[in-house]
Structures are given as structure tokens and as C-alpha cells.
Design a protein around this ligand. Structure first.
Ligand SMILES: Nc1ncnc2c1ncn2[C@@H]1O[C@H](COP(=O)(O)OP(=O)(O)O)[C@@H](O)[C@H]1O
Ligand SMILES: [Mg+2]
Length: 329
């Protein structure tokens, strides 16, 4: 039989509408059955899982045929499209950010009601904070929750590839927002700052930024526009004012680190985590690094054919995620 932990993980994955996690937990239950000598049950489960996986892939492929296709023509190379299934419940966030994201989703879903009263939903968001704390993931969540495609614009590419004609390219992207509704993510705004420092043509970068601000202000497309940056201090103060909401992300607290570990390793048998040393090892690591360390420890357990994670292994994985100086990467 499945362990209590596995059953909990199974139900959670159903609530989260996360079929990948559901099937992965189901596979672990099958493996557990096989190890306990219940060969027939294990075989039956594996057959059902295989059928479910095939059905899920087929429906995923069908659901990707949405009005927006991959950007073509001049837009290709500037914008990349994805159809994330990520949910807000997949994220571990401070309560305040969680509330503000929920408000964004509610306002967008109820845009018609707001517009009847001459109000517009929050559509232009600026996400700031250190790397690996969930800024890009937030854009995926908004796309996933609102069933919109995620269109990522790499500012870096925009600037380096199209020096001299960047503003015109930017215009193309803003025109596309009106034609194809989606979540448009301008990732790594800091490319602008980095370029300024690297001695690139400052005039060009200023022009790009100014065009961006004008387009952003004029935009009435109905698409969501999200800017994300790691380097807050390099951003122009003028940028902040043009967004409807500015969210500041930070490194995880101990409680958040604990929630991340529990949710990432929920598929494994309950472990005495020895929270004190484990959370001490996670101190100063970003969400992304903690998640990667959990995955490293999970892989080690799976390959050793175990359904438990050893806390010492997780701590070692965390240590490996740090640079030789002992600081997080
Ligand atoms: N707040 C979070 N909650 C859960 N997982 C997170 C969170 N932040 C980051 N992660 C994990 O780290 C990965 C990278 O995070 P990402 O959103 O790209 O960070 P950023 O854009 O802030 O640099 C995500 O795909 C996810 O697996
Ligand atoms: Mg990012």
C-alpha cells in the first residue's frame, strides 16, 4: 500500500491541478508496491499510469492549439512563446506578495466588471529582487492562472541584435500585444544597466528605455505586461511610475525554506528532517538553489532505489550548490 505521505502528495497534486506531480507520485506508489512483493498490483498501476500519461500528453498537445501561434516573421527571435501550466499554489511567497498577485488575477478575470465603472485592471507589473526568488516564475503563474500564452522578450537580445533599430523592434512587440492577448514578460531589464556599465552606446540605450516608457504608458492592449529585474538600483526611477504595481521579491525566510523543502520532497516518505541543521544549511540560499538541492537529493534517493531522503544528503546537496567560498551561488 501507499504510504500516508504518498497519499497526501497524491491528493495535493490533484488539488494543485498538477498532473505531472500526480503521475510521478503514482509511479512511486507502483515502485513501492513492487518492492513490497505486490508484483501484480505494481504491474496494473504502471499500466494505468502509462495510459494516463498518454491521455495527458494528447490533451496537452490539443490545448496548445490556441489562437496565438509561435511568433513568426519579424517577431521571431525577439519574442519566445510558452504555455505554462504553473499555478500560484506552486510558489512559496511572503503573504503580502501572494495577496497582491491574487488581486492581479482577480482584477484581470473581472476586467469587464471594472471597465463598466470606468476602471482598468492592474496589467503592468514590475518585479524586482535578487535572482532565483521567483520573478520569472511569477510571470508563468500569471499566464498559467489566466490561461494566456507567455511571451518573453529578451531585452538583451533586443539591444545587442538590433542596435540602431531597437525602438522600431520594440514597437513591433507592443503592436503584437494588441493583436495577440498574452502575458508579455520583459525579462532582465538589468541588461540595460549592464550595457550602460559595459560602455555600450549609452545614447542608444536611453532611447530604448524612453521608447519603452512611452509605449508602456500608451498601451491599452489588454495584455499583461511584466518587467523583471535583479538590479533594482540600476533602473530608472521613471520606470517605476509607469507600472500599476511594483513587487519586491526577497530571499526566503526560514519558514519559507521549510515550506519549499516539504513541498518539493512531498513525494518521498516522511523523514525526520532535523530542521535546525537543515535550515541552517539553507540559510542565504535562494528559492531556486533550495529547489535544485532538493532535486539533487531526490535524484540520489531515486537512483539508490530508496523512497526516503536522508537529511544529511539534502544538506550535502545544499553545500554543493554553494561556491567553494561557502557562499550561495
Ligand atoms: N517563490 C518560489 N516558490 C517556489 N519555487 C521557486 C520560487 N522562486 C524560485 N523558485 C524555483 O526556482 C526556479 C527559478 O526561479 P525564477 O523565477 O527563474 O527566479 P528569478 O526570475 O527571480 O531569477 C523556478 O523555476 C522554481 O523552480
Ligand atoms: Mg528570471
Amino acid at each position: 500500500m501507499a504510504t500516508a505521505q504518498q497519499l497526501k502528495a497524491l491528493i495535493e497534486s490533484f488539488t494543485e491541478n498538477n498532473p505531472d506531480r500526480f503521475l510521478s507520485v503514482a509511479s512511486q506508489i507502483a515502485a513501492h508496491a513492487a518492492r513490497s512483493g505486490k508484483e501484480k498490483l505494481a504491474q496494473d498501476l504502471l499500466k494505468l499510469i502509462e495510459q494516463a500519461r498518454r491521455a495527458s500528453n494528447a490533451s496537452r498537445e490539443a490545448s496548445q492549439v490556441v489562437p496565438i501561434t509561435q511568433p513568426t516573421g519579424e517577431l521571431s527571435g525577439l519574442v519566445s512563446a510558452a504555455f505554462p501550466k504553473t499555478r500560484l499554489t506552486d510558489m512559496v511567497l511572503p503573504t503580502a506578495i501572494n495577496h497582491r498577485l491574487k488581486r492581479v488575477l482577480v482584477e484581470y478575470r473581472q476586467s469587464d466588471r471594472l471597465q463598466l465603472h470606468g476602471l482598468s485592471p492592474r496589467r503592468k507589473l514590475l518585479l524586482l529582487g535578487p535572482p532565483g526568488c521567483g520573478k520569472s516564475m511569477t510571470a508563468s503563474v500569471i499566464a498559467g492562472e489566466l490561461h494566456l500564452p507567455l511571451l518573453t522578450v529578451q531585452f538583451h537580445t533586443l539591444i545587442t541584435k538590433f542596435m540602431g533599430e531597437t525602438a522600431a523592434k520594440l514597437r513591433l512587440v507592443f503592436d503584437a500585444m494588441a493583436k495577440s492577448r498574452g502575458v508579455y514578460l520583459f525579462d532582465e531589464f538589468d541588461a540595460i544597466g549592464a550595457h550602460r556599465q559595459a560602455g555600450h552606446d549609452v545614447g542608444e540605450i536611453r532611447r530604448v528605455l524612453n521608447s519603452f516608457l512611452v509605449f508602456l504608458e500608451q498601451d491599452e492592449s489588454g495584455s499583461m505586461i511584466i518587467g523583471a529585474s535583479n538590479l533594482v538600483e540600476m533602473l530608472d526611477a521613471a520606470l517605476f511610475r509607469r507600472f500599476d504595481d511594483v513587487l519586491h521579491y526577497g530571499m526566503p525566510t526560514r519558514d519559507m525554506a521549510k515550506r519549499l523543502i516539504v513541498s518539493r520532497l512531498a513525494a518521498f516518505k516522511s523523514t525526520r528532517w532535523q530542521w535546525k541543521p537543515t535550515l541552517a544549511a539553507a540559510e542565504g540560499m535562494s528559492h531556486a538553489d533550495i529547489v535544485k538541492a532538493c532535486e539533487d537529493a531526490a535524484k540520489e534517493a531515486v537512483l539508490a532505489d530508496r523512497d526516503t531522503i536522508r537529511p544529511s544528503e539534502l544538506r550535502r546537496a545544499m553545500l554543493h550548490r554553494r561556491t567553494p567560498t561557502g557562499k550561495p551561488c
